[in-house]
Design a protein around this ligand. Structure first.
Ligand code: AMP
Ligand code: ZN
Length: 485
């Protein structure tokens, strides 16, 4: 494989090789992704970032890398303090609540848990140490209890955003209450204010500025130079620009090798955001649409193109997922009922066709993880499987093994099909128990029908239907599938 990623630092697609690979011949990636500020439910614009980087992470894992994936929780900032006041609660209680809600929604959307999910408030000493190093190196100053980064002392400032200091200066203002020397300087430590959480520091009590937590926590968990750092394009400036300045001023080393940013999810042509009020929370979306379809929708565009959220777009995603799931369900069922010798079936040809799609699928993802193209090839694979199932009375064991493995491989990366069958390795214990129970009920129903006990057989069908399990009777037996929910 040869993965290329578009690096916002160089504005080019570059071949991805991990630092550990270069230095120690170890397939290990360090990956930091900016996480949510936990003052509210997250919206589906944020979900786009979480989902696309989950796929990049899964693809790296699929490609044989151990991925150390760190995603932080911002659990102290102005929004947190403001919301805690509004809700008459404390900042830690608010954080605890929305971290739990984040985890529920992220899991529902198939986003794998990070290797580490550090919280800013649990890393105050690391943050203070980082600020101290910046100050010792001459790039920060104290002003009346606040500490600021001295941007003028850092000529590389603008390296990511690609603007020079004069242009940036022209647009910058010093807000009332800010005690900085220069409009571009940004706060590393905020002096204590009454009624706000605060911690001891060499500069007096106070709390961290927003940007510093990512530099401090990234170095702690991933080392001073990391492979990949990601977030939405809105984070390029000032957040990521500031992260680079802080981290490099503290360590003297390159902070991040690949900067990757997703474009916005738009609604009516505008960025979906909390501040514009034009948002749909992931929770509300999950209640309205199947999470697999939300995931499919996000992945059906390239991550560097904006996508417009529309109900029609979501409906199309629902039917796309249904097509893939039907293919998978038909394949599972046929594996149990249509297996046999078939001299008319050209297995070698099938293998070659499947292999071609396999290559196309990987090439798409290798090309700056183009999930939109990869989904296209997944449909080609499904179409090929459907044709074989339709055209053959029976099919050899190898056909089923190859096809099921192929779908499972694609879905381990994209996560848009989901699993209903008990024999899969990745099914949890509780799912396995549920699937076995369903299959036993289907057997009982078949026996009841044989014994002409239609009251019982109908009852079983109705009970399963109420649970979202749809039965379809075929000459080969009863097929079942879970309704998309
Ligand atoms: P926040 O909690 O606002 O820091 O956002 C969490 C992540 O979502 C960040 O990577 C943001 O850049 C990203 N993000 C915010 N709004 C959108 C949007 N409308 N579309 C795509 N990504 C977004
Ligand atoms: Zn960050």
């Amino acid at each position: 494989m040869s993965l290329t990623l578009y690096n916002d630092l160089t504005r080019k697609k570059e071949k991805f090789v991990a630092l550990k690979e270069l230095e120690e011949n170890k397939k290990e990636v360090s990956f930091y992704s900016c996480g949510p500020t936990v003052y509210d439910y997250f919206h589906i614009g944020n979900a786009r970032a979480f989902i696309v980087f989950d796929v990049l992470r899964r693809y790296l894992e699929h490609s044989g890398y151990k991925v150390n994936f760190v995603q932080n929780f911002t659990d102290i900032d102005d929004k947190m303090i403001h919301r805690a006041h509004q809700e008459k609660t404390t900042v830690p209680e608010l954080a605890e609540r929305f971290i739990a809600e984040y985890k529920k929604d992220a899991a529902a959307l198939g986003v794998h848990e990070p290797t580490v999910a550090p919280r800013a408030t649990e890393h105050i000493s690391e943050i203070i140490n980082t600020i101290q190093k910046i100050m010792d190196n001459g790039h920060a100053y104290v002003s009346d209890g606040d500490v600021y980064f001295d941007v003028k002392s850092w000529p590389k400032y603008g390296v990511l955003f690609k603007q020079n200091l004069e242009d940036l200066e022209a647009g910058a203002r010093i807000e009332i209450g800010e005690k900085k020397r220069d409009p571009l300087d940004f706060v590393l430590w905020k002096g204590e204010k009454p009624g706000e959480p605060s911690w001891e520091s060499p500069w007096g009590r106070g709390r961290p500025g927003w940007h510093i937590e990512c530099s401090a926590m990234s170095s702690k968990y991933l080392g001073e130079t990391i492979d990949i750092h990601s977030g939405g394009v809105d984070l390029i400036f000032p957040h990521h620009e500031n992260e680079i300045a802080q981290a490099e001023a503290a360590t003297g080393k390159q902070f991040v090798r690949f900067w990757i940013h997703n474009e916005f999810l738009l609604i009516d042509g505008e960025k979906m955001s909390k501040s514009l009020g034009n948002f749909l929370t992931a929770r509300a979306a999950i209640n309205k649409y199947p999470p697999l379809a939300i995931r499919f929708f996000m992945l059906s565009a390239h991550y560097r193109s904006p996508i417009n959220f529309t109900p029609e777009g979501l409906e199309q995603a629902v039917s796309g997922v249904a097509r893939l799931r039907n293919c998978k369900a038909d394949l599972d069922f046929a594996a149990k009922t249509k297996q046999g010798e078939n001299n008319n079936f050209d297995l070698a040809k099938y293998k070659a066709e499947l292999e071609k799609f396999n290559q196309d699928f990987h090439e798409a993802l290798d090309d700056d993880f183009n999930t939109a193209a990869a989904i296209g090839f997944l449909f080609d694979i499904a179409r090929l499987i459907n044709t074989c199932l339709k055209e053959n009375e029976v099919l050899p064991k190898e056909f089923f093994e190859l096809s099921l493995n192929m779908l499972a491989m694609c879905d381990d990366i994209l996560g848009v099909i989901g699993r209903d069958e008990a024999d899969s390795e990745n099914v949890s214990e509780s799912e396995r128990a549920e699937i076995e129970e369903i299959e036993n009920l289907i057997k009982e129903r078949a026996e009841a029908r044989k014994a002409k006990n239609f009251a019982r057989s109908d009852e079983i069908r109705d009970n399963l239907k109420a649970r979202g399990i749809i039965l379809e009777d075929t000459p080969q037996g009863t097929k079942w599938k879970k309704e998309l929910k």
